[in-house]
Design a protein around this ligand. Structure first.
Ligand SMILES: Nc1nc2c(ncn2[C@@H]2O[C@H](COP(=O)(O)OP(=O)(O)O)[C@@H](O)[C@H]2O)c(=O)[nH]1
Ligand SMILES: *[C@@H]1O[C@H](CO)[C@@H](O)[C@H](O)[C@H]1NC(C)=O
Ligand SMILES: *[C@@H]1O[C@H](CO)[C@@H](O)[C@H](O)[C@H]1NC(C)=O
Ligand SMILES: [Mg+2]
Length: 379
């Protein structure tokens, strides 16, 4: 017993020593690292409180001393989302971010309330920034024929289509498609991780997913892929085909068309990456291919005359305007956004991540999942 405690104590001291040494080296040699990792955080996690698993704290120390990616965690939210925002933020801080200290950015088309800022900041280990979205990035453009848009919303309501009657939902989808990465608070970052209020992170994450993306040359990461409601995007594929025809230069040979279509691009099979979880490279959205694609889609008014989601728009672009090896399935990240959960099942990831979710209930196994179709194009 005494020997075990002794060993544990020695490991902690060793971890502290290595951690602090590496921290000093990185602080001198890596400007970003010094900026995002505060000694205050390190002391907090390295102090022995008698509860911490020594192996856990060893790797936490190792994680903390790695260089950081040029990245932020991003949440779009309303003031009324504060309770569910706090719950999502608390989980991601606990499962990963308190060990890596990435800054958070919160965006809203209205000014954030003092209560929102105070409560959310209180559960974040490091930096939190709060920004307002410029009006012209959010609201329906003047040239949209409101009568036509209204008629389409009424029709969708009568068909019981989810968010069919909502203008604010359409503003949100268009903002997430074409504008978030232009916000001034995001200019200094390349990578973002999109987090929504009221999601759950079911597993501990023992590596830095941003660095994974960087090291493996990826641009887009997802956890759930599924079919879109066809009634929300009746003409999205036609608009896409028009764009492709006019811009063959943006479509590389080894793209993922076979994930989007069973007939070589003639029709869309509705498969897309669910966008409430995204770890991705904003420079891809900022690039010429995507900006031109977004402008083309926006010019049709489809975000308002139909109800185009940012998920199919992002997914189609990620699949067509780059090679298929740029897209990564984060199988080991347990993520729940009601009503669906991605729970790791393979490679011992569930045990390693100390996941709390039920792997039997993972969305991957349902008939709506596009995962098998997605994986077939790789294997
Ligand atoms: N600021 C703001 N955020 C919104 C608005 N509508 C949705 N959101 C955010 O956009 C994301 C997606 O919205 P959500 O209601 O979760 O849609 P769902 O996930 O498709 O059911 C979440 O991060 C919401 O907090 C809005 O009108 N204003
Ligand atoms: C981070 O990425 C952004 C966008 O690519 C870039 O403008 C900025 O210079 C990068 N910062 C660093 C420190 O590399
Ligand atoms: C990463 O991807 C780019 C294309 O975006 C390619 O030019 C480059 O060779 C790749 N690098 C590695 C190390 O695979
Ligand atoms: Mg949501």
């Amino acid at each position: 017993m005494a020997l075990k405690a002794n060993t544990a104590t020695r490991r902690i001291l060793l971890a502290m020593f290595i951690g602090i040494t590496l921290h000093s080296i990185f602080s001198y040699t890596h400007e970003d690292y010094g900026r995002v990792t505060s000694l205050r955080n390190m002391n907090l996690h390295l102090s022995w409180d008698g509860v911490m698993d020594p192996d856990q704290s060893l790797f936490e120390a190792a994680l903390m001393t790695q260089p950081k990616a040029n990245a932020t965690i991003l949440m779009l939210a309303r003031n009324s989302d504060v309770d569910s925002a706090v719950q999502s933020v608390t989980q991601l801080e606990d499962k990963l971010n308190r060990n890596v200290g990435y800054p958070w950015v919160f965006l809203n088309e209205e000014p954030f309330s003092e209560e929102f800022k105070r409560r959310v900041s209180n559960v974040i280990s490091g930096v939190a920034k709060f920004g307002q979205i410029p009006q012209e990035h959010w609201f329906q453009s003047d040239w949209i024929d409101e009568e036509k848009a209204q008629a389409s919303r009424d029709e969708m309501v009568s068909q019981n289509i989810i968010y069919g009657g909502s203008v604010s939902y359409r503003n949100m989808c268009r903002f997430n498609s074409g504008f978030f990465f232009r916000h001034s608070l995001l200019q200094e970052y390349k990578w973002y991780w999109r987090v929504e209020p009221d999601v759950q992170f079911h597993c501990h994450i023992d590596y830095d997913p941003f660095r994974y993306m960087e090291e493996h040359n990826k641009t887009y990461g997802y956890t759930v892929t599924l079919e879109e409601y066809v009634q929300t995007i009746p003409t999205l594929w036609a608009a896409t085909k028009e764009f492709i025809a006019g811009h063959p230069e943006h479509i590389p040979q080894d793209n993922s068309m076979s994930y989007l279509s069973y007939d070589n691009g003639d029709s869309y099979n509705l498969c897309h990456f669910w966008s409430n979880f995204q770890i991705a490279d904003m420079d891809f959205w900022r690039g010429e291919a995507y900006i031109q694609y977004f402008e083309h889609l926006d010019s049709t008014g489809g975000f308002y005359y139909e109800r185009w989601g940012d998920a199919p728009v992002h997914s189609i672009a990620a699949a067509l305007f780059q090679s298929k090896d740029k897209i990564h399935f984060f199988d080991d990240i347990g993520h729940e956004h009601r009503p669906f959960t991605h729970c790791p099942q393979r490679d011992g990831a569930w045990t390693r991540g100390k996941c709390g979710c039920d792997p039997e209930r993972s969305f991957d196994d349902t008939r709506w999942s596009c995962l098998e179709r997605r994986e077939r194009i790789f294997n």
